[in-house]
Design a protein. Sequence first.
Length: 256
Amino acid sequence: MEANLLSNPASAAGLPWPRLNQALRTALGSTLGIAITSVQGDPASLWPSEEDAVRTAVPRRRAEFAAGRCAARLALGELGQPAQAIPAAQDRSPVWPAGFVGSIAHNAHVCVALVGRRERVHALGVDVEADEPLGDELWPIVCRPEELAWLHQQPLRDRGRWALRFFCAKEAFYKWQYPQSHRMLDFQDVGICFAPDGLAFEAYLVGSIDGGKPTRLARGCSLAMDGLWLSWLIGPGEPRAKNRACMFARPTKDSA
C-alpha cells in the first residue's frame, strides 16, 4: 500500500497525487481552496512568526509543520489571497487570515489543507490517514460502546478498517468544532454514525458534555484514494435534539 502511495506520479502541472487532487475538487467544488503536498516540508520556507511555533521541535515535526503551512498558503492562493504567514496560536491551532477558516491534516507521507471564506463555509475540519486497519488495541479507545458493539458485528477482515474510519471522522470533527468551542474532546465524547455507503456520516457530541443543552450536529463525508482515507466536515452544523436518533442506518456488512 505504501509503495503505491509513494510512487503515485505527479500530473503534468506538477501537482502531487493528481487523482486525489481531482477527486477532492470534484467532491468539494470551487468554494474551497484545496492543496495537497508532500509531508516533507522545508523549514527554511517558514515565515518568522511561524518559526516560533517549532523553534525547539525535532526535525521531523519541523518538516511536517512547514508542509502544512506550505499547503495552507497554496490553498489560500486559490482563493486569491497573497502569500502570508499563518502563525500558531498558544493552543497551537492555525491563525487564519481575517475572514477565512481552514484545516490542515497530514500523515506520514501527505499533507492536505482546506480553506474557505468564513461567510460561506463557517467551519472546516479535515483528517487524512493511511487506509490501513487500526490496531485492535485502539478500538476501545476510539469507539464508543455502541460503535464498538456494531464493529464486532462486522466481518473480521473489515473491522480494523471500520475502526480507522471512526478514528478519521472523529479527528475531523474535533478540528471542525475546536475553533468554535475551544473545547478539548476525548474520542468518547464524539458519536459517529455512517451512512449505508460508508462515506457520509453524522458527528455529534454525546453524554453530558454540553450540560444538557442541545449539541451541535455536523454532517461529513469521506474519500478513499491512493492508499489514503480522508474525512471532512464543512459548515456551521445544526442543533441536535437530545436523544435524537441518527438519520442514517448503520452500514450493512456488504458496504465495508
